[in-house]
Design a protein around this ligand. Sequence first.
Ligand code: AMP
Ligand code: GLY
Length: 432
Amino acid sequence: MRVLVVGSGGREHALCWKIADSPLCDALFCAPGNPGIADVATCVPVAANDLPGLVALAQREKIDLVVVGPEDPLVAGLVDRLNDVGIKAFGPSAAAARLEGSKAFMKDFFARHNIPTARYARFTDPASAKAYIQKNGAPIVVKTSGLAAGKGVTVAQSVAEAESAVDSMMVEKIFGDAGNEIVVEEFLAGEEASFFALVDGETALPLVAAQDHKAVGDGDTGPNTGGMGAYSPAPIVDAAMQERVMRDIILPTVRGMAADGCPFKGVLFAGLMIDAKGPKTLEFNVRFGDPECQTLMLRLKSDLLPALVAAADEQLKYFDLQWSDDPALVVVMAANGYPGTPAKGTVIGSLDKAAAVEGVSVFHAGTKAETRDGKNVIVANGGRVLGIAATAKTVTEAQARAYRAVDAINWAGGFCRRDIGWRAAAREKQKV
Ligand code: AMP
Ligand code: GLY
């Protein structure tokens, strides 16, 4: 098979790394890719949101399967355009990608199909949003309806904070048109988990769960990011919880989307909040999580490629996947300034030393290759720059390996959280 992966983050590096390993894969391309991905795939400089450019590339290279990593091209309809010219693609149609592209659509879908979630209201004008906030009090959560790279959510501890989030989103438009409409919802307490399932329109095959660290600072403090680190499995999602999530959330969603005339194909990523009463859905994403995907790919023992083809071909009911019991953990290294404006162009050294640590894989997320003083160097070129992933027999050991690799890297322009996996590591300590 000739395969094209779309995207340039840590998720796409992990997907390419796994797909390149498939005996079914004859040629692997990535658009636009990054210097890490270039080790396992041919990178082609076509941007992930250049839909006509990607369709032309897929036709030119006679691609058998396009795997779309990020949400933006999915929401914009890349899979529809590829299918229109007879090219197979892994990922949802634009109609099905509304589950992530519009939180307003998603919340109404949950209500219509009885899927457990936080109580909410939608607003297109700031005054009514503020009135609702005053009526309900804090803590309360304010979200842009549109896409904002994981940053359009404010968990407000006071009415004033919630009101100022409304102003930032709807008046100052710090997330552009994503804030034309907002969702204000009930604050849910509990433990979060990211749950993934492959879906072919009708059948859903559970993958595994992971836990993400969204806040930028140690101890889960500071503003939200796209994710500062993750680990899998998520101890809170045991076999019984997985069954419940499939029964109460994933399967009703798959049936509901089909009944609404927009069957979902691709990977359905449920962001869950779990408390003593059970799981509630914070959000759906219509693609693999990043950095969660890096931990999933490290744990997946089976060949990924035929599973992606089966999802596109509506053949998942014949499928099963094998996972390693060993946990995987990833620490994200971000450029100074993230999640605000990250500093670009700082040189990153000793990546080979990090990759040499036992059990460690280094995934590139926001990097660029450059020549400085006649030497080839890797420089930072984004917010989240590297994913330092490790597997081991325990989370505690995977954590130690990942940080050993982090410490081997010579990069003054970046930072990371030092406590990724703290919950699972604390649980392991209790058991001993
Ligand atoms: P989202 O992008 O909707 O998943 O929101 C980003 C993060 O904000 C989540 O991972 C949670 O940590 C937090 N969050 C979102 N909605 C809620 C809620 N209703 N209650 C508590 N925390 C929330
Ligand atoms: N890590 C969360 C996400 O990919 O949306």
